[in-house]
Design a protein around this ligand. Structure first.
Ligand code: GLC
Length: 437
């Protein structure tokens, strides 16, 4: 990884937790954002949703407040998804929110609202476009019209598409103020890297937004990371890897063994775009424990919400995020700015670490004193419950004498007794290490 990437991503690695927002016309059929491709719908069939789109409840201030309450520090919203529909007022197309009943630039309002809450802002932009006439169809892997005879010999001018795509990205990076993240999606087969004229695109983006951090999907996807893994990444390698719906089992290291910035993107139920019948939401406990897992492996987590056609984030998501927020408010210090610990994963949970503070995330009630695996007894200066700052006593007692190399914590008055965890989701003990001289 190069020095520039290291510098640019500092705030990102500090912030750790973000909100992904997938929103567009597909909220009306309400079966996820791939519906046009899955059902092989024509532009005409999909047009019905363009005519109907009328998000009367859209109030991004509410979304921003929710993100903040959940402890999220940044957000990324779909300016354009694969269906080609633009939530922003692009001069290069008529296929945009301003020409629907919405009649507004929904991206601008989102950016204003999230910035006003002090959150960092990002935009997702789909490299793939199923609406543009010059995007490949017949042979494409994903296009709704793939395999359709009438497109077999169709002449398209892909350069015209590239000019359009580059032009739209230019609009986004020049007309909407400072962007913190640009999230391109995605490359596949030969639709990758220079096929997108990626170097030129990045040069243009960086000339206007030198500090914006960019994902790795100009040459990658959830299936491959691209040259960000190499010692000398290409100019369009991006600044972070973007594992999708999976926490990399061992974090992500480049070919030199250096940990690179990465961000898990994950859905709250099992769809990105609004899906009316999908109620398989992850619990607040799961989300918290998975966020901690990401951090304990050196990564971020961006959790998705899929607002409905009227512009409301589903009630389930709202409740769950508020619950996550309650924990984050008390325990956020064990997440923000933290990373992999020098100590390996303990049996009962996880460690995260920031300098000489180690955070023990305890998921399991110990029987008697809690062994602080890996931490030598003399390295501990003090221990506190992170949630309320109260002291956690050392747990060494007559029955720990058999294990003189292991440090113990007492989770109640008497180290020989057992006590229920203070927080069933994740009880965090902040362990201050003796400074190394
Ligand atoms: C995938 C999907 C897309 C989604 C994205 C989020 O690449 O194509 O629908 O937006 O993942 O990571």
């Amino acid at each position: 990884m190069n020095q520039e990437i290291r510098e640019r991503t500092k705030w990102f690695l500090e912030d750790r937790f973000g909100m992904f927002i997938h929103w567009g016309l597909y909220a009306i059929p309400a079966a996820g954002e791939w519906i046009r491709s899955e059902r092989r719908m024509s532009v005409e069939e999909y047009e019905e949703y363009f005519k109907e789109f009328d998000p009367v409840d859209y109030d991004p201030k509410k979304w921003a407040k929710l993100a903040k309450e959940a402890g999220m520090k940044y957000a990324v919203m779909t300016a354009k998804h694969h269906d080609g529909f633009c939530l922003f007022d692009s001069k290069l197309t008529d296929y945009k929110a301003t020409n629907t009943k919405a009649g507004r630039d929904l991206v601008r309002e989102y950016l204003d609202a999230f910035r006003a809450e002090g959150l960092k802002v990002g935009l997702y932009y789909s490299l793939i476009d199923w609406h543009h006439p010059d995007y490949p169809k017949y042979d494409d892997w994903h296009h709704p019209m793939r395999g359709r005879e009438e497109y077999k010999d169709e002449k398209i001018d892909f350069d015209r598409y590239l000019a359009y795509m580059h032009g739209q990205v230019k609009e986004l990076v020049t007309e909407y103020g400072k962007l913190d993240i640009l999230w391109f999606d995605f490359s596949y087969g030969e639709m990758c890297g220079e096929k997108w004229k990626a170097e030129e695109l990045i040069r243009m983006v960086r000339s206007y937004q030198p500090d914006v951090i960019i994902d790795n999907r100009l040459e990658g996807s959830g299936e491959k990371n691209g040259s960000i893994m190499s010692a000398n990444p290409l100019p369009y390698s991006g600044d972070f890897a973007s594992p999708e719906q999976i926490i990399p089992p061992f974090g992500i290291r480049d070919d030199n063994g250096e940990l690179i910035p990465w961000e898990l993107c994950a859905t709250m139920n099992n769809h990105w775009g609004y899906c009316s019948w999908d109620h398989t939401f992850k619990s607040a406990k799961t989300i918290i424990q998975k966020l901690v897992e990401c951090v304990s492996k050196g990564g971020n987590m961006m959790m998705n919400v899929g607002p409905d056609a009227k512009g409301n984030i589903p009630g389930e998501s709202v409740e769950i995020l508020k619950e996550v927020g309650k924990w984050m408010q008390k325990n956020g210090n064990s997440v923000y700015g933290c990373t992999i610990s020098e100590f390996s994963k303990p049996e009962w949970g996880r460690y995260t670490q920031k300098g000489n503070k180690v955070y023990a995330h305890i998921y399991e009630t110990p029987l008697g004193a809690l062994p602080l695996y890996g931490i030598a007894p003399e390295r501990i200066q003090k221990m506190r419950y992170l949630a309320d700052g109260s002291q956690v006593d050392r747990g060494e007692a007559w029955n720990t004498k058999l294990y003189p190399d292991v440090a113990f914590a007492a989770l109640g008055e008497n180290p020989v007794c057992s006590y229920p965890l203070k927080d069933e989701t994740d009880t965090v003990v902040e362990i201050t290490l003796v400074p190394v001289v």
